[in-house]
Design a protein around this ligand. Sequence first.
Ligand code: F0G
Length: 435
Amino acid sequence: MTEAYELECIKCKESYPKDEILYVCRRCGGLLDVKYDYSAVNVDEIDACVGKIGERAALKGVWRFRELLPFSEDVSPVSIGEGNTPLYRCERLGKKLGVEFFVKHEGLNPTGSFKDRGMTVGVTKALELGVRGVACASTGNTSASLAVFAARASLPCYVLLPKGKVALGKLAQAIMHGAKVFSLQGNFDDALRVVVEFCEQENVYLLNSVNPFRLEGQKTIAFEIALQLTLGDVVGGSSERSVQKSRDYWEVPDRVVLPVGNAGNISAIFKGFVELKTLGLTERIPKMTGIQAEGAAPIVHAFKAGAEEITPVEHPETIATAIRIGNPVNAPKALHAIKSSDGYAEAVSDAEITEAQIELARYEGIGVEPASASSFAGLKKLVEAGIVERDESVVCIATGNLLKDPERAVSVCEAPIEVPASVEALKKAIAAQHR
Ligand code: F0G
């Protein structure tokens, strides 16, 4: 653990003490970042992950990287076994594309999305700060994860969801785990605006990704990718690997591709890679590549126009409801991550997302929800456009599980074929399929 940190505004660099409950800079309204004194971080402890030595090897997931988490030694984490997700080598789709292709399956976290990494840190922080409740606005996954962690921590939990636009699996989780769930007449951006004010007025702790502690948990995706590539802890495929190898450094891929909604995750993963480099554990930073749905792509528009700031999309629309967001709160951090890593931003259509979802499911056995498939859809588009080069090593982040949105899956696949209860009838039906 490191207690040597403070909160710092990314814009005007004003700093705030760590026990202050604050989400944006009081002076200029800029986003806050958890700033460490890296000279106080025990790098050898982190590097010991590679050597598989000591107690560190027995620690899995987010808390394995506790030297880079903002807590004192005696903290007891609110944990549900988050992180430590598999990194799949995807040879079939990789060959088709001509890149070395991996998928980091964050949909295999306990609640089915990467949000668990942020929530284990955020809710642990909530208990440390002694708040009286937690809240979030959500397109679904954040609320599902927060509801579970709040239950573990015995904290009251309030959730605001955009009415009629949350996938069934996510809603089921939030309600079942006992959150007070409100269906807001508006979209995610409206819900976020309302919950921010509610938290301020009612002294409830806000756990959307504007809370900088959430991102501290999510940055461990970067640490895990590097560690898994370095140790060869990769699921599937041949052992032949072309990811740049060096005995002195942890390995990183050339590029990381992920869906972007409220833009917290891309900012967090970038921070993780920057920290590994700052500490001398890696040599370079992967090109951070953000993918948005065409109907909700303010960051892509800003990136392509070379603009410093986004212009919010007023009525965002996409079947990928998780990223149906028009005014991403973390846009300044995300644009910085993309630009300074020599990355890219691209938009994909709903049809491209659906095609990518089906390909991941059928070629690689990786079941993801639509938003998550946008990363692979974007990768395909960028390879075709020559922006991703043919020999690159690429990790796509699959952010959420297929089971999150069963209604969408059923609607885009062939319906089951009804047959009478006899082998003859079954054989006849199969034969009819091949005709
Ligand atoms: N993929 C999935 C499955 C998500 O649920 C989200 C965000 C994202 C990608 C985008 O991540 O916001 O960090 O850029 N879901 C939030 C929620 C907004 O409320 O569950 P981001």
